[in-house]
Design a protein around this ligand. Structure first.
Ligand code: ATP
Ligand code: MG
Length: 409
């Protein structure tokens, strides 16, 4: 068991020693029953959020109005949520009202799927009123209670159902799937940010294609923001398997855009419509563009190093993987080229202007010319020469070469 587990155990023990109930709940119980190491260990308790804040010296109110407080101990964060019931779902998104309750099973009944609605105490007793453990064995995602109603309350649960399917390699329970198809139009009410967040988790699963194929086959994309506006001209759903075993959200977004037929300015618009940050948009667009026009081979060392200098290793490696999936290249060739990129990068004495033994100021003083755009241009040429091993990274040599370049220009 890891540190996160021990931190959460301490939280449970402290709460119990003050007379409160406390259990592990949700994803961590599910993952442990599956024999997987949980990502995080969430705790649920009948203690009110203010009590949790009082009992622990370091807390962060991550979602106080919903009853969630993060407890920090030994550098580990444990999310502690007060038993609650949710009512007043009016916009198919979020509950209008959250009521704290004293009963664990009431809290479990507000959770989305039976496999996520289990709790466990520190003595190993499992609380599983909706037979989640049985569904884990049957490998099905089944809604807690009436699936139609649960999807009407919060339409994101439909997206989550598909995400968990891919994450666990499970099937949708037949009734849950029928309800999903009946309620799919409600996905239109969803805030894009929440959809994008679920996709972010989907991209980290082994087989996002499981979810994507169902989304496509059952025409769910046409109700799912922002995809409902994307309108692909032609798309072969079997091509979704190209996204499997990548587990990198940036590459997956770039590939999905490609499969959706986005080209040119469409790419930026679509990335923005996913509400990704501007930094993320710029990075993914770069990956996409480089991948689309990829022509580098192992013999193109100079071009490769130039590109590494301007784009960096991360962008270039990710573009290569993207290109290999776009065009269906052989794995072996891609690996060789990937290794070449890493080798070239290691060999380069400089990776950016900050590594150069000369800066604009020194160059300016040495040349004795009026400042202007020439400074940046000369630094760039010198940087490239050093990166390619044509001249060594020594200040005197760089000044000499810089003066020569200025005279020639
Ligand atoms: P993962 O390990 O992939 O994070 P998880 O089960 O922890 O999976 P989270 O999204 O972190 O999933 O949510 C934590 C728990 O909160 C879930 O297990 C579930 O019980 C509950 N939950 C989360 N979102 C919803 C929702 N929209 N409707 C109902 N219950 C939800
Ligand atoms: Mg979680």
């Amino acid at each position: 068991m890891n540190e996160a587990y021990h931190a959460s155990l301490k939280v449970i023990t402290t709460l119990e020693s003050h007379g409160y109930q406390a259990y592990w709940v949700g994803g961590c119980v599910r993952d442990r029953l599956l024999g997987k190491e949980p990502v995080d260990y969430d705790v649920t308790t009948d203690a009110h959020p203010e009590t949790v804040q009082r009992l622990f010296s370091k807390t962060v109110p991550t979602g106080l109005q919903h009853g969630t407080v993060a407890v920090i101990q030994d550098g580990q964060m444990t999310e502690v949520t007060t038993f609650r019931q949710e009512t007043g779902f009016t916009d198919h998104r979020r509950p209008r009202q959250v009521t704290f309750v004293k009963d664990l099973s009431a809290d479990l009944s507000r959770r989305d799927f039976t496999i996520n609605a289990m709790a466990q105490d520190r003595y190993g007793n499992l609380y599983d009123p909706f037979k989640g453990a049985e569904d884990l064995k049957r490998k099905v995602i089944r809604a807690v209670g009436k699936a139609d109603m649960r999807f009407q309350e919060d339409a994101l649960r439909m997206v989550r159902a598909l995400r968990f399917m891919a994450q666990l390699s499970f099937q949708l329970d037949a009734e849950t799937e029928e309800a999903l198809l009946r309620q799919k139009k409600l996905m239109r009410y969803l805030a894009v940010e929440r959809v994008t967040m679920e996709f972010h988790k989907l991209w980290k699963t082994r087989q996002p294609s499981q979810a994507l194929e169902l989304l496509w086959r059952k025409d769910l994309f046409s109700d799912l923001p922002p995809f409902h506006r994307w309108n692909p001209s032609t798309l072969d759903p079997s091509s979704f398997t190209r996204l499997d075993d990548i587990k990198d959200p940036q590459i997956c977004w770039a590939l999905l855009l490609y499969l959706y037929g986005a080209r040119g300015p469409d790419i930026t618009d679509r990335l923005h419509s996913l509400r990704l940050s501007s930094k993320e948009v710029a990075f993914i667009r770069k990956i996409y563009q480089l991948a689309l026009g990829w022509h580098l081979t192992e013999s193109d060392e100079k071009d490769g190093k130039r590109l590494l200098l301007s784009e960096g290793l991360d962008v270039l490696s990710k573009s290569l993987i993207t290109a290999s999936r776009m065009y269906g290249w052989e794995k072996g060739n891609v690996q060789t080229l990937q290794q070449a990129l890493k080798r070239w990068y290691r060999e380069m004495p400089v990776h950016g202007p900050e590594d150069l033994q000369l800066n604009g100021q020194i160059l300016l003083e040495s040349v004795g010319r009026k400042p202007g755009p020439w400074i940046g241009q000369v630094i760039q040429v010198l940087l490239e020469k050093v990166a390619l091993g044509e001249i060594s990274n020594q200040r005197e040599l760089l000044i000499q070469e810089g003066c020569r370049l200025v005279q020639d220009s």
